[in-house]
Write a protein that binds this ligand. Sequence first.
Ligand SMILES: C[S@@+](CC[C@H](N)C(=O)[O-])C[C@H]1O[C@@H](n2cnc3c(N)ncnc32)[C@H](O)[C@@H]1O
Length: 298
Amino acid sequence: MLEEDKKVFEFDDFLEGISKYGKSKISIQDKKALPFVKWVGGKRSILEEVKKYLPCEFKEYYEPFIGGGAMFFNLGNSKSYISDINLELITAYLIIKKDVKKLIDRLKEHKTFHCEDYFYKTRLNQFPNDPVEVASRFIYINKTCYNGLYRVNKKGEFNSPFGKYTNPKILDEENLLLCSKYLKNTIIRYGNFQDINPKKNDLVYFDPPYHQTYSGYSANIFDEAKQIELRIFCDQLTKQGVFFMLSNSDTSFIREQYSKYNINSIVAPRFINCKSNGRKGGQEVLITNYDTKRSNSK
Ligand SMILES: C[S@@+](CC[C@H](N)C(=O)[O-])C[C@H]1O[C@@H](n2cnc3c(N)ncnc32)[C@H](O)[C@@H]1O
């Protein structure tokens, strides 16, 4: 039988597939890791659209505003560099890479004790010393807080309220193990978006806090001055022959900043508290410093 005749199933549906089509007619494909936290501005809902604008070929992949990492996990590039300015988030990535079993054990405990009172007690314990504790607390709170909305005050303390879900998925063991496997080839760093050093023909995907939208990810404000720093950094990378792709709000300010690049409109259904000042409702842009034919599907 030709390989193309086979039905391809992800792991969850494999057994069902066998009973429906017979063993010889199906093949299994590796299940992809998914973001292990809910993240404001997460790209899952528009991933397929954004992927159409990837360059046909590139060497190494950089994502310096990694957040939940929807694009990074989906791409499956062999060598990647991810970073973010949120220390707890980056600790979680590092622990998933290096000590996932301990993390799973600790999340099992959080799951056992979970209730409103326990949530607030855990939330009070800001910045524990043990990295496994930091990572497990971060994931536990992310899964159980209101709307999965990671929000910090000016001191950088997490302050989202309790989420009142009947059955929050505090522990997704299978996905954490997949993430851990996938992160083995990844360099993970805590830092500012400029602290990366990509080379010619590498790709950098920038997904910063958007202009005129939610910015409670960390105590550092991402204002217009920061947006300008980011654009200057994009200019530098372009001179070095690095590809970049950048998501942002569709505002006149952003269009002006990137007027010499390719600006593509993307319709996104999920802006939080969008103040209309200069914003075309519900739209965002994807900017590239290379030509795209929208035919890529990596
Ligand atoms: C829009 S979110 C990224 C969403 C991500 N692409 C996803 O799929 O979940 C923006 C991220 O930028 C990070 N960030 C904010 N300021 C930063 C800075 N100066 N340098 C690096 N990361 C920063 C935030 O912590 C947040 O995780």
